[in-house]
Write a new protein. Sequence first.
Length: 467
Amino acid sequence: MKKSNLFNINLISKALLTAAAMTSVQATAAGFQVNLQSAAALANANAGFAANTENVAIIATNPAGAASFNKFAFSVVAAYAEPTVTTTGENSPLTAGYEALNNVLINDYAVPDKSDYDVENSVESSTIPSVYAVIPLSETLALGLAGYTNYGTTTAFPDDYAAGLLGGSTTLKAINLNPSLALKLGSKLSIGVGAQFVYGTAELERNLGDAAADQAIDGINEAATPLTLPIVANLAVLDEVVDGALAGKGRGVQAFSMEGDAFGLGWNAGLLLDLNANHKIGVSYRSPVELAFEGDYADYNERETTGQLDITLPAMAEFGSYHRFGNIALQLGVVWTEWSSFEGLEGSSEELGGEVLFEKSYNYEDNMRYSVGLSYYLGESVILRGGYALDQKAGDTTISIPDSQRQWYTTGLTFKLGKQLSIDLTAAYIVGEEEYFEETESNSELTYAFTNKAEGIVGAAQVNLIF
């Protein structure tokens, strides 16, 4: 049985699943993860990121790296991601209802087709900035300061999209401010610890889509018997609202919207084993971060309240190694993300006595990312880089989180303009496996079938200074 109030939905939860932070790079990483913290590292597909101390962006993943710098060092990064997610509709859940209704109507309505659910690109392009600095405090102690993001999304479906309650628009932004301290324990080992201060904001909207026509068809069927259906149906469509809903004019009506923000705390730690100038190994861990989102919620029934949703950004662990042999360096990387901690969502309203506004479970499992990179040192001034990564799928594919297993192909170069200045330029192509999936809208209980194909291109630049 369908729920009595189609719009008793907390948009907070729907949108926060769509991702939890800045920039939509859903076409480029598992779940709603962002892996664009360093142009230099990206050129090697982030292989060896936790061990490579060529610039201070290492502190984004391994705070122990700050101890490798004996002078003030600074890096600023800008990455541009242009994802493409092609959504193809594989069914039309209202077709049977329309055809049955047209059999008794004097004037037929256009029957929805599965092509009504096609979208060429639902994920918007994004610019992702990052900044890092290391301040040596003594010969063995250094302070690291970092600002970047690990998670994020910006999705937008057309206002009149047929599956409007699943699509809509979502903009979620978060900033991770990550101060850290690194300490040298002898000539070969460094340790580092840091604090994560995460601030996130959300602006979200969903539209009626098929729900308007679905309610009109259900209303006609419930008000009639098989014998009276022709009379009831032809009288019902004389109503302007019913006629507009069946003609598809209600698809773009806003069903609900929400704006909210959250602040969370976490920590990270790392070890760096500096065997010699040519061989380094790094390991790091980033704790989960709890975000308690709260914001203004309004729905189609003109109900306004403050909604709450608690969500956990998953923990991460990383291994990286760097090995140079003459003019060639081999870099390896493995990243584990604890997606299994993301079991589902439950939105509620304290103003309404803790009433549950929305709840949904998701099948997410821990995933791995494997990467390998090669760097060729062309003299003292130029480094040519390349890399490959396999990013495992984290969980169920939805149209708002087009997750799939992805392969990364990256290349780039580093220009050293003297001892104090270097510039990194990078390009990456990410391609995801084609995914067929079904998704049920929980209130209307309409089940949709889709095929998604995700790919993306990324360009990044980085400037590194040592004073």
